[in-house]
Write a protein of this length. Sequence first.
Length: 476
Amino acid sequence: MRYEAVIGLELHIQLATASKLFSSSSAAFGAEPNAHVNEIDLGYPGVLPVLNAQAVRFATLFGLAIGAEINPHAFFMRKNYFYPDLPKGYQISQLDDAIIRGGKIVVETAAGVREVRINRGQLEEDAGKSVHDAFSDRTGIDLNRAGVPLIELVSEPDLRSAAEAVAYMRQLHHLVRYLGISDGNMQEGSFRCDANVSIREQGSDGLNPRVELKNINSFRFVEQAINLEIERQSDIMESGGTVEQETRLFDPDRMETRTMRSKEEANDYRYFPDPDLLPLDLAPEWIAEIRQTLPELPQARATRYQESYGLDAEATQFILQTREMADYYDALTAACGDGKLAANWLQGEFARLYNEFGGNVQDIPLSAERFAGLLLRIKDNTISAAAGKKLLPQLWESTETADALIAAQGLQQVNDDSQIAAWVDEVIAAHPQQVAAYRDGQTKMLGFLTGQVLKRSQGQANPKTVNALLQEKLAQ
Ligand code: ADP
Ligand code: MG
């Protein structure tokens, strides 16, 4: 390819606060239209915004998690424009003096590792929604979303492919959910992005005019929209044309992007500091307090799992699917004393039960401590792994301990060599043909004979001992 893509993303992350950024209206999704609206959201004259402290806490926690600087003197700006879903006639947002400054995200794709610098993270309010009713051919306005808090996270144009853009978005999506600052629900618009795309000759380092793709709310659409746009711009450049700076809309049904507004129609937002709001002066002690609440971050945790327990990428990804799952894994490991064993069992039999359950790990009936009780009995050879597999679903359903279930069902593994030797002798006597074949060099017969001994022991003989004794006796 002669061209390389240059991509910067603007992510909109809806914060999981109970109320809006500057009013006490509920920020919950899904109510009747205009049920969550008050005088402040409606922009009545004379009312004053009151900043939501929880939104500031969330933004600070997030900024610290991405290694950004928390601006001690941030302030809010009015971004003025006219649109029916914006009753005040301006959006309260931030610009260069945003609360989050700098930071970086390291993304990994099949093509390698990429460091993406963050320009800033703005604390701002969302607009309402225009709802078109096809039946009456009329458009209504729903202002439930008007004033809901967002972080707009602006990256530098450091991404070089659609795959990297998706990886970046996925990583941040995971992080905001992990931190608990956003539910990340993409269908409900809690996590969406504008993608800025330009291309340039491979190896050059200038920037060409960019196209902004608006409001994309799925990982698949981001990938498709960016790839389509790279193709469109490449075609233009190849035929000697120039790419115009503009805003385009992605249409997933037609698999195309089309012009929304050109640079000439671009808005002049007449930004100015909002006179109704004080500067957002954050004391260093307050920021330090938030820093104290920062949990161990996903990447640090993955590294710890790999280094302490030798887990592979697949295992760490499974465990880190949510923060609660990782907490469950940590509790399981602490209680059974074996991180590798705990990981194997989580990904194996546990995963099947968990999928069937279909909820969150914090709601499952099996505590990490009771689960660990089972793993301890596998570790000390009281029961076989096979018996453990059989027991796990019962443990999940019941409130008994593993020890109680093992005793009640007589599942203790027989580790007594003389008892196992007797079974081995019986099996050798009962299968002269297979024994002869084995001694003739058909080593696969060992598996058959081991199976026979285990069967005779009703699954209670320790398979390792069986195997060793069989080999010993067959060699005689
Ligand atoms: P503006 O001030 O016009 O909004 P910004 O500098 O804030 O522009 O950039 C907005 C977004 O566009 C950022 O995410 C940035 O990385 C990205 N961007 C800027 N220039 C380019 C370019 N030439 N190609 C691709 N993305 C770009
Ligand atoms: Mg911008």
